[in-house]
Ligand binder design. Structure first.
Ligand code: SF4
Length: 220
């Protein structure tokens, strides 16, 4: 990492802590996996939000192992009713794992969700929320976070999920055709993934949210 990026990570971690979130820096995914094991204990009930980062870093392999009571919403043959049941059970989980769409240098998490089980669990329910994110998720402020979602996170998610949206075809949100798009401006496609916009600022429950920033790029 460059000195400039190191300084941005340090500032982000300092401000996440000021906002009552635990925050850690790991040089690489291996370090992050070791840290994750210290944040959960055997037998814990764990589930996760949809996240390319969790898969790419190998964190998913840890939490879905037989050491934990992993609530698996992706298992083969699972019915829609069973998936919905897991979404509800997530609120009583010991730990909920996710990434973030953006993390500001001011110490805020920014997440935009379609189905919204992910943002719901970040907001309330699981005893512990563990956010795993590459340095590429760090942005200066909320304005940059909004732009990041409209140009990177949402378009790539619609490609991953094969959703018929403007950003899937063009790589950016339709709202950017305007000079000054509002936060919630976007398409009216049935596949829209930008439905609920959540900023996590100073937390009341100290240390419930734990943020692991990895000095490599993961997810989108
Ligand atoms: S509002 Fe629609 S076009 Fe804009 S980023 Fe979200 S899914 Fe894509």
């Amino acid at each position: 990492m460059t000195d400039e990026l190191k300084a941005r990570v340090e500032k982000t971690i300092k401000n996440l802590k000021r906002n009552n979130m635990d925050a850690y820096f790991c040089e690489n995914a291996e370090e992050a996996r070791e840290l994750v094991k210290t944040l959960i204990k055997k037998g814990d009930t764990i589930t996760n939000g949809g996240s390319a980062t969790l898969k790419q870093t190998g964190v998913y392999d840890i939490i879905s192992s037989s050491d934990y009571n992993y609530l698996d919403r992706s298992r083969e043959g699972i019915t829609r009713e069973e998936v919905e049941e897991i979404y509800l059970k997530a609120f009583r989980a010991d730990a909920f794992f996710t990434s973030a769409n953006a993390i500001t240098e001011n110490g805020e998490l920014y997440n935009v969700d379609g189905n919204s089980n992910r943002v719901a669990a970040i907001l309330y329910g699981p005893k512990s929320v563990v956010v795993v994110a590459g340095v590429n998720k760090i942005v200066k402020d909320i304005d940059e976070a909004i732009y990041r979602v409209k140009t990177i996170a949402a378009p790539q998610n619609t490609v991953r999920l094969n959703l018929d949206t403007y950003c899937n075809k063009t790589g950016k949100c339709v709202s950017l055709q305007k000079d000054n798009p509002e936060l919630c401006d976007g398409c009216h496609s049935a596949g829209r993934v930008c439905c609920n916009y959540v900023v996590s600022a100073q937390q009341r429950h100290v240390g419930r949210i734990k943020v692991i920033i990895i000095g490599e790029e993961y997810g989108y």
